[in-house]
Design a protein around this ligand. Structure first.
Ligand code: SF4
Length: 427
């Protein structure tokens, strides 16, 4: 039986069981115009405009509850009760970089303590170790190290594929693609095709930050412009490489920037269909030079902004990008679990190493063990499902938590798809 509505704030909504225990029609009636009519228009199949999305970012009380309820409904319609995750390992192969992005506390000068460029055989060793522990993906990103030639990106792919042919390599941000193509004197699509032929499986849509020129001037001195980011992402999609899409928010930005950014992602997706997921990444201020050195910079998003970002992304990207990821690395398990009830459906990776977020002060970013990961998802009332990078389902944990992940048993030299088809997962 549906409960009556006593209170209209989000905490009460969750305490009362969320949308599972409440009538959406009642929640909508409690919302006020213009929010109610915006949400009703979406429920009737309308597309969320930028102007209306800004209004949603600014709403509160019963309006806010209704927004969350509609986002959760759209999540349920798009992907059901499954919450996916990928077993992966981050390998940050170099932290030497002189680009000077203001938010970055990862980059070091080559003469600084802790500066490193991993030897290629160490990159391959880490990938092989990840595979032996059940990872299906390595996520590889690094600084724009002046000592590496443009061919280094291909070298990384080749040594990994030689050691672990079936692992999916999700690697190189658009900033790295820009850098590698420039050093190689190649067009983006030519450079990306070459990487694909050498084993690149997909690219992270990082380095997006906020796709707005004025914001980027402050964050990155606009070294990789929004136009260049879009051009590189479209080139990747054009040569058959999928990518994620990210946003980094909660610093000098605001709702107008956020909705323009998400609308741009939506436009690209309409054109290419190449995004696998949208990943909101809240700014982590603790050790970031942006926060320490520039006045007026906010210390990351508030909890409500984090919740609304995922919910409104779900509304704006409905029908175009089905997967909205919540990053436990940035937010911690508890808030991430809450956001699963506000439109998100993917829990990201198990991340055996995650040095970029940790060096920017994230409290999380150590390994999350399989049992803990599936336990967190099940605690949110959802079904944990292990997936590949490109969202093929590998194993469901409907009625159990995971044990240790064991390596994929596959014939050497088979493709990822073939390997997964012949898989023998021991969990
Ligand atoms: S964010 Fe990336 S490109 Fe920018 S300074 Fe840091 S490592 Fe370099």
């Amino acid at each position: 039986m549906k409960s009556s509505i006593q209170n209209y704030d989000l905490a009460s909504f969750f305490e009362n069981g969320g949308i599972d225990n409440m009538d959406l029609s009642i929640l909508l009636r409690r919302a006020r115009n213009p929010i109610r009519s915006i949400l009703e228009s979406l429920l009737n199949g309308g597309e969320l405009s930028r102007q209306d999305a800004v209004k949603l970012f600014n709403c509160s009380g019963a309006d806010y509850v209704a927004l969350i309820a509609v986002a959760d409904k759209f999540r349920s319609e798009a992907v059901g009760q499954k919450v996916t995750f990928v077993v992966n390992r981050n390998i940050n192969f170099t932290n030497i970089c002189y680009m000077g992005c203001k938010f970055c506390n990862f980059a070091k000068r080559s003469d600084e303590e802790g500066a490193e460029l991993l030897p290629l055989d160490e990159v391959a060793r880490r990938a092989a170790e990840a595979w032996s522990r059940g990872a299906t993906e390595v996520c590889i990103q690094g600084g724009l190290n002046p000592k590496i030639p443009g061919s280094y990106y291909k070298d990384i792919l080749q040594v990994i594929k030689k050691e672990v042919p079936d692992i999916h390599i999700h690697a190189f941000s658009p900033f790295e693609i820009w850098y590698g193509a420039k050093k190689s004197r190649m067009e983006y699509d030519e450079f990306l095709s070459d990487l694909k032929e050498n084993g690149l499986g997909s690219i992270p849509g990082t380095a997006a930050e906020i796709l707005d020129t004025n914001v980027r001037k402050v964050l990155t001195q606009n070294k990789l412009s929004a136009d260049k980011w879009v051009e590189i992402i479209k080139s990747a999609h054009g040569v058959g490489l999928h990518s994620t899409a990210t946003i980094m928010y909660g610093h000098i930005d605001g709702p107008e920037h956020w909705v323009s950014h998400i609308a741009l992602i939506r436009d690209i997706q309409k054109d290419t269909g190449g995004f696998t997921e949208f990943v909101p990444l809240g700014f982590i201020h603790d050790e970031s030079p942006l926060y320490k050195n520039i006045s007026g910079v906010r210390p990351g998003p508030t909890e409500d902004e984090n919740i609304k970002m995922h919910a409104i992304a779900r509304l704006m990207l409905r029908g175009w990008v089905d997967n909205i990821q919540v990053s436990w690395v940035k937010l911690g398990p508890s808030l991430a679990q809450k956001i699963l009830k506000c439109g998100a459906n993917d829990f990201g990776g198990t991340l055996m190493n995650e040095s970029i977020s940790r060096s920017a002060g994230a409290r999380w970013g150590q390994e999350v063990m399989p049992r803990e990961m599936t336990g967190i998802i099940r605690g949110a009332g959802r079904i944990p499902v292990q997936r590949t990078t490109l969202y093929k389902e590998i194993a469901s944990y409907n009625d159990r938590d995971a044990g240790e992940f064991k390596p994929l048993v596959a014939r050497s030299g088979t493709s990822e798809t073939e390997a997964l088809a012949s898989r023998s997962w021991l969990v």
